[in-house]
Design a protein around this ligand. Sequence first.
Ligand code: ATP
Ligand code: MG
Length: 209
Amino acid sequence: MNLKDNIVIAISKGRILEEGMSLLNSMGINTMENMQDSRKLIYETNNSKLKLVIVRAADVPTYVGNGAADIGIVGKDTLVEYGSNNIYIPLDLNISKCRMALACLPNCNPGPRIKVATKYVKCATDYFIKKKKQVDIIKLYGSMELAPILGLADYIVDLVDSGMTLKANGLEELDFIFDVSAQLVTNKASMKTKTESIENIINAFEKVI
Ligand code: ATP
Ligand code: MG
């Protein structure tokens, strides 16, 4: 791929990383060292103008929005939750698919103050506003499934793929909130200053998805 400009791509660590890397590999982009046995956060690639950085999912919109990275690969969940200021979303990559869902224990019977545990405070708040239900949101950073079991919350709002984790913890999916998949995002200013290079990368992604 012919790039005129230096380009930085920020990729979510976690589940998106592996599928994101295999898209890049099928575009002919490879890191110069093996990611598995490295603790590096920034990688040179076989294209001397292109670098990859691996960051926390929630940090991708920040890096791309501020132009520290030109391009990002990030879940729709993260864009909805943390916003997409100064960001374009030119392509749905159709990988790392799952859904935002509402779940609870069977026969869950909340009191007058419904409690909802989630890492996705904005998504949960918007959902219950739409349902015209007043709830108390409890922010968690992981393992949401535990909250109803220990009585911390009546409901959880979380990502669900196969439903195996819910099932393993005796929870039931109560409602679908929205579909999630990884998105290709670009910094708005980079799109103007590095148009050709970024368009080349978007086109290359389009060919492999
Ligand atoms: P954190 O420490 O912030 O939880 P993580 O490294 O554990 O991050 P993941 O939980 O793998 O990261 O989530 C990264 C992204 O992967 C999410 O934003 C989402 O878009 C996607 N993802 C999360 N869970 C699933 C799932 N069950 N199926 C498919 N994709 C998922
Ligand atoms: Mg996680």
